[in-house]
Structures are given as structure tokens and as C-alpha cells.
Design a protein around this ligand. Structure first.
Ligand code: V55
Ligand code: FE
Length: 489
């Protein structure tokens, strides 16, 4: 293996410099406050962290190898374990001592050795279900890991061969009543295709429901919504085709000429029951929650007027517009009893933000408390250039009361950006929002990281515990809390 030189680009420098740290830390130092002793479980999260310099000169953040971090809470102590997911890509590249896979979701740019192999980086989300840790990338099957050791059990897990889809979403949901994992795959029969499949997976980890259907056009189906009775799929024109891949353009581009669709699939039904609604073009990716009131379906998303991803540019070369990229919580509503195909849209908050979360025990149910990372542009920034390397400075944590419209926010100061929080229920409680939010803070001035714990319904009072992390954690995507009992299976 030769020495590694990464590109000197924003994707590979500063907070985004590759980390490669695999670690075991017995006890994170408490800088301020205290961790409640009763918390017994772990916060799992993942970030892209490229093992090798890219084949293609530069590379987008979304293409790095999944590095998993586990913060284990027990008796007031928090330990840390961090390990790369051993995906097929990771193992092959480690053996070769260099990158073999090329651009994000473009197998035409792969080396001969990589052709036909699973391209997963497992870099988008980590969830615990049936005692197993799933590291997820939406272009591939899950990578199955041991939730204690973070050792990889199966780099390409297909539920014992029962999963016929080539892909599995990074945003599965958990039905709070049945404990089932609800998921889907898109481009399920092959890259760029319109085939989708919906899955329900029981508490033993077995696929118990499977519905195949087609979406109106190929696009990035990054997330979805579930309610007690329906699965809800939003089709937003972050799209692609083989010409783009052959031309080595970024896989996705935003097409303002296409409408947005919302597909509603009755969970008890089949593909013939799927109904599509539509609206003029807009951007929405993550789903806070959804619920149904009879045949009326409500779907809550951070929504922007235009493209939010500068690295997936407009397909007609319209310039990126930061104003139009500002997303605000919006409620989409459709009614299966109505003949109208329109999606009604109504604002829920004026805060500009993304990475929506809830008390996950209310997934699919009408929830009152929403949590969001917010960009508060009115606050000072004390950094060279005034921004983080990603261009997104999530300087504020917000709790939104969806019933009263009240907001409760905490500004982290002029040098900090927060990563996505996860909800931690208070042991013994069942009341919505009774618990904590855990999140990694990026300190952009010193390029260091801390772990923060907030009371979920009182974020304005600031963290109740601040813990030091002895090395820089790369900016991440998603994570989740699992109780000790859930980890044990
Ligand atoms: C996202 C992240 C991904 C991806 C597709 O919206 C969408 C986030 C980290 O990778 O492949
Ligand atoms: Fe996501």
C-alpha cells in the first residue's frame, strides 16, 4: 500500500478531513452537567469517512465509507466505540490498498475488479432491530453488524435470501404497536429503474409483507412516511438517467420541470390500492412523521421551494439559489375520500431547518412534539468565511409544539454546528416527549467534537450534560437510540 493523499478540497479538509479513527474509549469526560444514571442504552450514529482517496479527483460527502459510532450510556457513564462498517466495498478496497469503486452511484466509473459487486458504503443510517444493527445505504442491501462489538456480521444482508430487492432504504420506520420494521427499496430491480418494493419485517427479523409497484419517474426516494394504516411515498424530482452517468455528471440532478407526487399505499392492501396525488415542483427529502385521521393523511416534512443539494445541480443549469434552498416544516395533506388529486400544503413553522425528529414511540401517530436542526441566520458566526465546510451551519436546536405552534430553541454559539439528534425516552415513561435529545456538536473553530444531552421538551435551557470526545468526529447523517433491552434483542 502506498501513502495516501486526499484532495485539498472542502470535501476532504477541515471538519471534513478523513478521520479513519477506530476507537474504544471507556469513559467520556463530563465537561458540564451530568448524565442521568437511569439511562441504559446506546446512541448509534454514522458518518461517511472515506477509507481511500477517490478515483475521481474529488468526491461528494455522500460517497464516504460508513463509520459507525456507538455511545453506550450506563449508570451515568458514557463509553464510545467507533468502527467502520465492513462492506463489500470496504473489504475489497482494504485488500487492494486503494479505491476500486468510483463516483457516487455511478458503476460506470468503477475499476474492473469492482464491476458487479455491491457498492454500499453503509454511510447513511444505523438502526437496531431484532437485536441486530443495520448499517444502511439506500442503493444496496443492509450491512448487518453486532450492536455490541460493531463487528460486521454480513456485509450484504438479504434476510436469508428473502429480500429480492437490490436496495433497502436508509430510513426504515418502526411501528410502535407491532415493533415491525417498515421499509422499502427503490431502483429495486436495477439502477435508475422505477421499480419499488415495500416491506414489513417482524420482530424476529423476518419479511412478512412485500408489495411491488412503480413510481412515476426515477428519483431519489430517500425517506417515506408511515401511518397506522398507510405507507406514504413522496416523489420529488431529484432524478437521473444513463446519459448523466455516461457523461460522469453527478448521479442526481434537480428537474424543476417535473411535478411532485405523493403515493399512498394501504398497509393492508396491495399495489392495486396505491393512489398517487400531485403538486407543483418543490423539494422535500426527510419526513418528520405522518399520521392518518380516517382517510385523511397528514405528512410532515421540511420543504423548500427549490433544490437543497448544490452537489446535485439543476439539470437545466439554473444556478443554485440558497434562498430557495431554505426548508421549513410543512404539512402535506391528502384525502382518499376526495376525487381531487391535489396535495394540500400548509406551513407548520417559520424556522429554517432540516433533520427532523420525533419521539419515535409516536411514529405513524399524531404527534405533538417535533425536533429540528435550525439555521438561525440572525445569530453571529465566528468562523473564517462565516460558514462550515458543508455550507450548512446548524447553529440551533429547536423543539416545535405542533399543537400550539410554540417553539423552544437553543443557540449553540458562534462556532458550533449540531449533528442530527436522537430521542431518548426517559425510562419508565410513556408520555410523548418525556425524555432527552442526544447529539454530537461540531466545534468548527477547533475542529473538535462533544456529545450533548438535552431535555427534549426544554431545549432552551441548554444541555443538561456536555461530554468531551477525545478526537474529531466527522459530520454525520443519522442515528438512533436503542435501549439495553433492544440491543439484547
Ligand atoms: C442522503 C444521503 C445519502 C444518500 C442519499 O439526503 C441521500 C441524504 C449519505 O448518503 O446516498
Ligand atoms: Fe437521510
Amino acid at each position: 500500500m502506498t501513502a495516501m493523499t486526499f484532495p485539498k478540497t472542502p470535501n476532504f479538509t477541515g471538519m471534513f478531513a478523513p478521520s479513519g479513527v477506530e476507537a474504544d474509549v471507556n469513559s467520556l469526560p463530563v465537561i458540564d452537567g451530568a448524565v442521568p444514571e437511569e439511562l441504559d442504552g446506546a446512541f448509534y450514529r454514522v458518518c461517511p469517512d472515506p477509507q481511500f482517496p477517490p478515483l475521481s479527483g474529488d468526491d461528494i460527502w455522500f460517497n464516504g465509507d460508513g463509520m459507525i459510532t456507538r455511545f453506550r450510556f450506563q449508570g451515568g457513564n458514557v463509553s464510545l466505540r467507533q468502527k467502520w462498517a465492513r462492506t463489500e466495498k470496504f473489504n475489497m478496497e482494504r485488500a487492494a490498498g486503494r479505491a476500486l469503486f468510483g463516483m457516487y452511484r455511478n458503476p460506470l466509473t468503477d475499476t474492473e475488479e469492482a464491476k458487479g459487486r455491491v457498492r454500499s458504503t453503509a454511510n447513511t443510517n444505523v438502526v437496531v432491530h431484532a437485536g441486530k444493527l443495520y448499517a444502511l445505504k439506500e442503493d444496496s442491501p443492509p450491512t448487518l453488524m453486532d450492536p455490541e462489538t460493531l463487528d460486521t456480521i454480513d456485509p450484504v444482508y438479504t434476510f436469508g435470501g428473502k429480500m429480492k430487492s437490490q436496495t433497502f432504504t436508509a430510513h426504515p420506520k418502526f411501528d410502535p404497536k407491532t415493533g415491525h420494521m417498515l421499509a422499502f427499496g427503490y431502483a429495486a430491480k436495477g439502477l435508475l429503474g422505477r421499480d419499488m418494493v415495500y416491506y414489513e419485517i417482524d420482530t424476529k427479523g423476518e419479511i412478512v409483507k412485500e408489495v411491488w409497484f412503480e413510481i412515476p419517474y426515477y428519483c431519489m426516494m430517500h425517506d417515506f412516511g408511515v401511518t397506522e394504516d398507510y405507507a406514504v411515498f413522496h416523489v420529488v424530482p431529484i432524478t437521473s438517467d444513463w446519459e448523466r452517468l455516461a457523461a460522469r455528471k453527478p448521479h442526481f440532478g434537480f428537474d424543476t420541470k417535473k411535478p411532485v407526487y405523493l403515493g399512498v399505499l394501504p398497509r393492508g392492501g396491495g399495489a392495486e390500492d396505491l393512489r398517487w396525488f400531485s403538486a407543483p415542483v418543490c423539494f422535500a427529502s426527510h419526513v418528520m412523521n405522518a399520521h392518518n385521521d380516517g382517510t385523511k393523511i397528514h405528512f410532515d416534512v421540511p420543504m423548500a421551494e427549490g433544490n437543497m443539494f448544490p452537489f446535485f445541480p439543476d439539470i437545466d443549469d439554473n444556478p443554485f439559489d440558497p434562498q430557495k434552498a431554505a426548508s421549513r416544516m410543512t404539512r402535506w395533506t391528502v384525502d382518499l375520500r376526495s376525487n381531487s388529486e391535489d396535495i394540500q400544503m400548509e406551513p407548520l413553522s417559520d424556522l429554517v431547518g432540516e433533520f427532523p425528529r420525533i419521539d419515535d414511540r409516536f411514529t405513524g401517530l399524531k404527534n405533538r412534539h417535533g425536533f429540528l436542526l435550525v439555521q438561525d441566520f440572525s445569530k453571529p458566526v465566528d468562523l473564517p468565511g462565516g460558514r462550515s465546510a458543508s455550507g450548512m451551519l446548524m447553529n440551533t436546536l429547536a423543539h416545535i409544539d405542533l399543537e400550539t405552534g410554540e417553539k423552544d430553541t437553543y443557540w449553540l454559539g458562534p462556532v458550533s454546528s449540531l449533528q442530527e439528534p436522537a430521542f431518548v425516552p426517559r425510562p419508565g415513561s410513556t408520555e410523548e416527549g418525556d425524555g432527552y435529545l442526544v447529539a454530537i456538536e461540531n466545534r468548527l473553530d477547533t475542529q473538535s467534537s462533544r456529545l450533548l444531552l438535552f431535555e427534549a421538551r426544554h431545549v432552551a435551557k441548554g444541555p443538561i450534560a456536555t461530554l468531551g470526545i477525545p478526537f474529531r468526529i466527522r459530520p454525520g447523517l443519522h442515528g438512533n437510540w436503542a435501549t439495553a433491552a433492544q440491543i439484547a434483542g
